[in-house]
Design a protein around this ligand. Structure first.
Ligand code: GLU
Length: 307
């Protein structure tokens, strides 16, 4: 199943093929969880536990300028309070730099990367999709981004929740960024490398990441690794179409009284929680939700207005 074109070093206790359900929740520590992110955490947890799988937590702290001090521990405390207990040790992406560098080196040796000097503003003027101008310029890496030569350009796939998903070919074929001009690792690189590193079999997350999934699929294929199954739950948005956050209408995440927002999140996910759940403990609510988890009942919508 696995071809070691890129030898991502695996922890010794893990086998080379994915034989077991291994799900994950991968928050960025740019703030504590809000109602929108709770929905993604809960869905990935329930999908894993309904199938007797493992559920891992990975803190995606690769963007120090956007990181809020204390957010990582606040996220973990919230997950715990909501009964979402993880298996295995939490992985911090800030500890994974050597692995990312190693993968970048191997990709460079295979001429699958090149440096790019284009600014965001220049790309915006060209319609928002980078057109490959730097491909043959042989630019140095200093102060330039590193892009992936995207030979695959996968533009559709079958989502576990949303069904057949199709995106613009132009978007799917873009040579996307693996490291930014400021030298920081990009999301696409870190997320795929770590999902491989952690032998993740299923990725359940919010629909804000539906479109980037096609890029991740191309990246897996080029690396020679089997991609996990992907499923995307609807995004909770305000009437104005903004993602729910602490700044707008999102219900309070209250670690001392998790039941109301937990039940609301189950309703949002179409799980029809009965009223008696209000008198249950958090552990009992999670038990009920795990036993009764039904992906078929999740609305097949990318966004749902929350009011
Ligand atoms: N770290 C990303 C976020 O918080 C999620 C990454 C993923 O689930 O693939 O939006």
């Amino acid at each position: 199943m696995i071809h070691n074109k890129v030898n991502i070093t695996r922890p010794l206790n893990l086998s080379d093929s994915i034989t077991q359900y291994r799900g994950r929740f991968a928050p960025s520590p740019s703030g504590n969880l809000h109602f929108g992110s709770l929905i993604a955490a809960l869905a990935s947890y329930l999908h894993a536990k309904h199938q007797q799988g493992l559920w891992l937590v990975r803190i995606e702290d690769i963007d120090p300028p956007r990181e809020i001090i204390g957010a990582s521990s606040a996220i973990l405390a919230t997950l715990d309070a909501y009964g979402l207990h993880w298996d295995e040790t939490v992985l911090y992406q800030s500890q994974q730099s050597d692995l990312y560098r190693d993968v970048l080196q191997q990709l460079a040796e295979k001429e699958l990367t090149y440096c790019c000097q284009c600014t965001r503003a220049q790309i915006k003027v060209q319609g928002g999709i980078y057109q490959g101008q730097c491909q043959e310029l042989n630019l140095p890496s200093k102060n330039n981004a590193i892009r992936f030569r995207n030979h695959q350009g996968i533009f559709h796939y079958n989502d576990l929740i949303q069904g057949e998903y199709l995106t613009q070919l132009e978007f799917a074929q873009e040579d996307f960024i693996l490291t930014r001009k400021d030298g920081l690792f990009a999301y696409q690189l870190a997320v795929v490398v770590d999902d491989i590193y952690q032998n993740i079999s299923h990725v359940i997350r919010g629909c804000d990441l539906l479109e980037p999934t096609v890029r991740q699929l191309s990246f897996y294929q080029q690396l020679g690794y089997q991609a996990p199954e992907f499923g995307h739950v609807p995004l909770a948005v305000t009437e104005q179409g903004f993602k729910l956050s602490k700044q707008n209408k999102a219900p309070e995440i209250d670690n001392t009284n998790p039941s109301p927002s937990l039940i609301l999140a189950l309703k949002f996910l179409g799980q029809n929680p009965p009223d008696e759940l209000y008198s249950y403990s958090v552990e009992q609510i999670i038990r009920w939700a795990t036993d009764n988890w039904s992906t078929d009942d999740i609305p097949k919508k990318h966004e749902i207005t929350f009011s």
